[in-house]
Design a protein around this ligand. Structure first.
Ligand SMILES: [Fe+2]
Ligand SMILES: [Fe+2]
Length: 191
């Protein structure tokens, strides 16, 4: 029988076209909590599902002062993602308990809250710092500018609460800041 996790995997792959960021978030969740249950893994794999359903006009949010770190954007991103997954799980016949748990994990995946919500947040930060730095230094910086990229890197690192996660993230964060500063001062990457 296909597990709920496998069904989520099929759904996520279908709507995102496959996402290394999401796959690595599951990987890091299991590194931080080897006994993470299926519901936590489902939430990790689907936490950014909102992006796959985003209205094209919504990108104007990046022009805000705080860009994608604005409270307005973050709560929309968390809430819509939680709702999409609750609907998907309901269609799969999942119990209310399962639906509520996954909903609550996605609902706070950016800002954290309880222990489990914090683990999804920290796994998300690890996956971001591991894989997404280059795209921000090469592509996103053209749209967002130096300050917003700096804020994004700082925020992704500083929100980590798990001690093991912080240790793993530290060298990636330091390297990202070094490259970003070099890029800002020299107008070019040193690579
Ligand atoms: Fe997110
Ligand atoms: Fe994410």
């Amino acid at each position: 029988m296909t597990s709920l996790y496998q069904k989520t995997e099929e759904f996520v792959n279908k709507v995102t076209g496959g996402s290394r960021h999401l796959e690595r978030t599951v990987y890091w969740l299991k590194e931080l909590k080897p006994d993470a249950n299926e519901l936590m893994q489902i939430a990790a794999l689907s936490h950014d599902i909102e992006r796959a359903f985003r209205d094209k006009n919504y990108d104007k949010v990046s022009a805000n002062d705080k860009g994608y770190q604005s409270d307005e954007h973050l709560s929309h991103h968390q809430q819509k993602g939680a709702e999409i997954m609750a609907q998907f799980l309901k269609e799969q016949g999942a119990s209310e308990e399962v639906i509520n748990k996954v909903y609550s994990l996605i609902l706070k995946h950016e800002v954290g809250g309880d222990e489990d919500q914090n683990l999804i947040k920290d796994a998300d930060s690890l996956s971001f710092l591991e894989n997404n730095i280059e795209i921000f230094l090469t592509e996103q910086i053209k749209k967002m500018g130096y300050e917003k990229v700096l804020n994004k890197f700082n925020w992704m690192f500083e929100r980590i609460t798990n001690i093991k996660a912080r240790k793993i993230a530290q060298p990636w964060y330091d390297e990202a800041i070094k490259k970003l500063k070099f890029l800002n001062e020299n107008g070019t990457s040193y690579e």
